[in-house]
Design a protein around this ligand. Structure first.
Ligand code: ZN
Length: 258
């Protein structure tokens, strides 16, 4: 049984971005800093209608491609022999409830619902067994992808990197185990992806360890762990919701030209 220890968010509090501890009941507690750098309750409580912000401000957003067998198959790709890493820029982040903007350069922009690992401790060259200690918690993201540009460009920087291509949040939740969580993505209320993190090819400790072999992972960095099958296109006016067991629900809208 998965145990939830704590749940955090980042909100606007008195006009400033602030981390909060969100208890199961009662008002959220404003923290003095991000929880992974030792933030403590300041004594202030949050009003119920605060604006939610992306719960991390990562120095890097690492994506993992083709980490679910049936998703690799649906796009007629081979399953990779080692984790397939790519970057999304921090400028792609969108706050919970925000809007993905479809860029004019693409005719096919897809949703990919994904579990997010949030790093809590600086680490480099950790083993899979050491990786758990570096993980602060888990969240939800959409790895929005311009599928036509991904195929055309060969490498993925542009296809994965447009502004607004990474809705993330709303919470970061500390779980004892994220290895078998149900994940669903709905477009306009219809279930389009219905998977489980149990179906990852490379598990979470392996992904953290692998990434840390080449780059120092910093507190607040995030790893998007890949998407199950069922990816499909987004269009202007869509309302998207991603639900992961114990992590809550991330919602966002979609718009055409700005
Ligand atoms: Zn993805």
């Amino acid at each position: 049984m998965t145990e939830i220890s704590s749940r955090y968010a980042r909100v606007l509090y008195q006009g400033q971005p602030s981390y909060v501890l969100v208890p199961p009941t009662g008002p959220a507690q404003v923290l003095t800093a991000a929880p992974w750098v030792g933030g403590r309750p300041s004594g202030a409580e949050l009003a119920a209608n605060a604006t939610m912000l992306c719960p991390a401000t990562p120095s890097k957003i690492i994506g993992i491609g083709r980490n679910y067998r049936k998703h690799a198959e649906e796009l007629k790709n081979e399953v990779p022999e080692q984790p397939l890493m790519f970057f999304k820029p921090p400028s792609s982040l969108v706050d919970p409830g925000g809007t993905v903007q479809l860029p004019p350069e693409s005719e096919r922009v897809d949703y990919e619902g994904e579990l997010v690992v949030v790093i809590g401790q600086r680490c480099r060259r950790v083993s899979p067994s050491e990786a758990q200690a570096a993980i602060f918690g888990y969240s939800i993201a959409c790895d929005v992808t311009a599928r036509d540009l991904q195929q055309k460009d060969k490498q993925w920087t542009r296809a994965k990197g447009f502004d607004t291509f990474c809705p993330l949040g709303p919470f970061i939740v500390q779980l004892s185990d994220a290895s078998r969580l149900g994940l669903q993505l709905l477009v306009n209320g219809k279930i389009c992806q219905d998977g489980s993190t149990a179906d990852m090819i490379f598990d979470i400790p392996t992904l953290v360890s692998y990434a840390s072999q080449s780059m120092t992972l910093e507190p607040g960095d995030v790893i998007l762990t890949g998407t199950p099958e069922g990816v499909g296109p987004l269009k202007h006016g869509d309302a998207v919701s991603i639900r992961i067991e114990n992590l809550g629900e991330l919602t966002f809208g979609v718009t055409g030209q700005p």
